[in-house]
Ligand binder design. Sequence first.
Ligand code: NAG
Ligand code: NAG
Length: 367
Amino acid sequence: MKPALTFLVILVSILGTTVNGCDCKMVQFIFGDSLSDVGNNQHLSSSLAKANLPWYGIDFGNGFPNGRFTNGRTVSDIIGDATGLPRPPAFLDPSLTEDVILKNGANYASGGGGILNETGVYFIQRLCFYKQIELFQGTQEVIRRKIGKQEADKFFQNAQYVVGLGSNDFINNYEVPVYSDSWNYNDQSFLNYLMETLRAQLQLLHSLGARKLKLLGLGPMGCIPLQRVLSLSGGCQEKTNQLAIRFNQAADKLINELSRSLPDASFRFADAYDVVRHIIRNPGKYGFSNIDSPCCSFGQIRPALTCIPSSTLCKDRSKYLFWDEYHPSDSANQIIASELMKKFRQPPRGNHTEAPSPSPATAPSPW
Ligand SMILES: *[C@@H]1O[C@H](CO)[C@@H](O)[C@H](O)[C@H]1NC(C)=O
Ligand SMILES: *[C@@H]1O[C@H](CO)[C@@H](O)[C@H](O)[C@H]1NC(C)=O
C-alpha cells in the first residue's frame, strides 16, 4: 500500500470512529412480516406460514428454499445491499451468535405477523411485533454481557432499524369474519387502534436505543392475486386498497410526529403504493407481462395459498409482478425498493419550522 493511501485509510478509520462515536459496525435490525422474513418461520415448528418448499428461493443463492417468501430478494435485502449494509440473518437461525449480531445485525421478521398480537392466529405460530421487540430485548441483553453496557448502548444507537408490518392486520385479521376484530371495529376505529399500538411499539423501540428508523408503508394490497380472485371480475378490491392508503397517511403522520418529539430520533416513512398501482396500469412500461396472477401457481385451483412443489412456474419470472398469491416477485421488489430509497433520500416532510442543520461532509447519508 502506498504511504499516502495508508495515511488516508487510517485517517478515514479514525474519522469513522469519531463520527459514529463507536468502534462497532453499523448494522440493521429488521422487524416485519413475510415481506421481510428471511427464515424465522422455518424454525417455528408448527407455523403454517412457511416458505420452506420449492420453488421459494429459486432465484436466490443456490436456488433452495431459504425462508424468503419470494423467488429472490426481499425489499429489505435490496435496500440494505444498496447502502452497503450487511444482510442480517434470521434471529431464530441456530447458528446466530453474539459475534454474528455485532457484525450483521438480526432480522426478527415473521410471516403472518402483525402490529397486533391477535393478527394471524390461524397460522398457529408467528412472531407478532411485540414478540419481535421482546426478542430484540433479549438480543440487547446478550450483547451487553458480551461488550459491556456502554459499548452496547452505542452499538444499538448507531444501528439502522427497519419496520415493515400492517398488511396482515388487514388481510389476516380485520377483513376476515372469523376474527373478533372484524366485528368489534369499523375502518376508522381499527385504524386508530393500529396507530395507537404502533405508536407504543415505536416509542418502546426508541426507549431501547433505536434512533434511525425506517417504516415501510403498505402497497395496494387489494390487488394481490388472492384478493382479486375474491371478486367475479378479478379486479382489485378497492375497499382493501383504501385501507392501505389510509394506513399509509396515518403512519406517515405518526412517524413525522415521533421524529420531531422523541430525542435524537430520525424516523422516516415511505411507501411504494403509487408506483405499484402505476405498474398495474402500465405493466409494459416496467417490463411486466402479468400483473394479476401468481408466477408459481397450482393451475386452475385458485387461490392456492402457497407455492408448492407440484405447482407450475411461469415461463419468465422477471415478467410477473407476483410470485405467489400474496407476495411480489424479485423484479417487483427491485422496483419497490428503488421507490422507497428515492423517497427516503428526500428531505423529511414537515413544516420547515426547523432550519436544516448543516451535516458534516464526512457523514454518510444512509438511504
Ligand atoms: C402482546 O404480546 C406481548 C408479548 O408477546 C405481551 O407482553 C403483551 O402483553 C401483549 N399485549 C396485549 C395487549 O395482549
Ligand atoms: C409545525 O411544528 C410545530 C413544532 O413542532 C408544531 O407546534 C406545529 O403544530 C406544526 N404546524 C403544522 C402546520 O404542522
